[in-house]
Design a protein around this ligand. Structure first.
Ligand code: C5P
Length: 237
């Protein structure tokens, strides 16, 4: 594995047009990062943009957080895999059958299958929000429960907040991936992120991949900021 860069930074392409996304990507080297396409960009541009980004050489995390009945989600997962994405996600709260069937749908892709990760509890939800939808567990308890469910269903990992990384790392198997957003350097604005963590600390706490949006997408020199993130990670590897 390349000691300086094994592409643990996933840059969030939070744009609303293909032109903006591709112009931004032209400034980055696919050897230095992976990218995430979420609901906004996908809804605006669809699978054509996913194909275009892959054709530029980037590994794509398709962040559509599927949540539906097992048949519907597993079929959507299969179609996403056919697009050639590197990682995709589903909501763990869709239940064990949905998770297992989704993982099963990827079998036919063999070693080139995408990684399948789960969202546990949205970080926008607190204890009172969970209570309103009938969940009496604390967010932390619910995150652990859903992460274990995802692991038992054979998924590859979960998306988790910086605050959850250490406890999940202790509860889950070492191969299970933790994908963490909310990453900031000391000089970066937090934006709407309530709890942020530095890139090196996130890796030390057990994260495998770091999702970084605005600190890189809004930078005057995105490639230079990306390099700083990569160097920070390399310093603790
Ligand atoms: O700009 P910023 O670095 O805050 O972007 C973080 C990215 O990670 C966004 O695409 C956001 O939707 C996503 N994300 C997050 N918090 C979560 C899950 C996903 O910030 N709990």
């Amino acid at each position: 594995m390349d000691k300086v860069n094994n592409k643990q930074i996933i840059v969030a392409l939070d744009f609303d047009s293909a032109e903006q996304a591709l112009a931004f990507l032209a400034q980055l080297d696919p050897a230095q990062c992976r990218v995430k396409i979420g609901k906004e960009l996908f809804t605006a541009c669809g699978p054509a943009l996913v194909r275009a980004v892959i054709a530029e050489g980037f590994d794509v995390f398709l962040d559509l957080k599927f949540h539906d009945i097992p048949n519907t989600v597993s079929r959507a997962v299969k179609v996403a895999a056919e697009l050639g994405v590197w990682m995709l996600n589903v909501h763990a709260s869709g239940g064990l059958a949905m998770l297992e069937q989704s993982r099963q749908a990827l079998e036919e892709f063999g070693v080139s299958r995408p990684l399948l990760v789960a969202v546990t509890v949205l970080t926008s939800l607190g204890e009172e929000d969970l209570r309103q939808v009938g969940i009496t567990a604390t967010p932390e308890q619910q995150v652990s429960r859903l992460a274990l469910l995802a692991q038992n269903a054979g998924l590859d990992g979960v998306v988790c907040s910086a605050a959850e990384t250490e406890i999940l790392r202790a509860q889950l198997s070492p191969e299970f991936c933790l994908v963490t957003p909310g990453i900031r350097r000391p000089e970066d604005a937090a934006g709407d992120q309530k709890r942020v963590i530095g890139p090196a600390q996130a890796i030390l706490n057990g994260s495998d991949y770091l999702v970084v949006g605005r600190p890189i997408t809004q930078a005057a020199s995105p490639a230079a900021v990306l390099q700083e993130f990569n160097l920070a990670i390399a310093s603790v590897r």
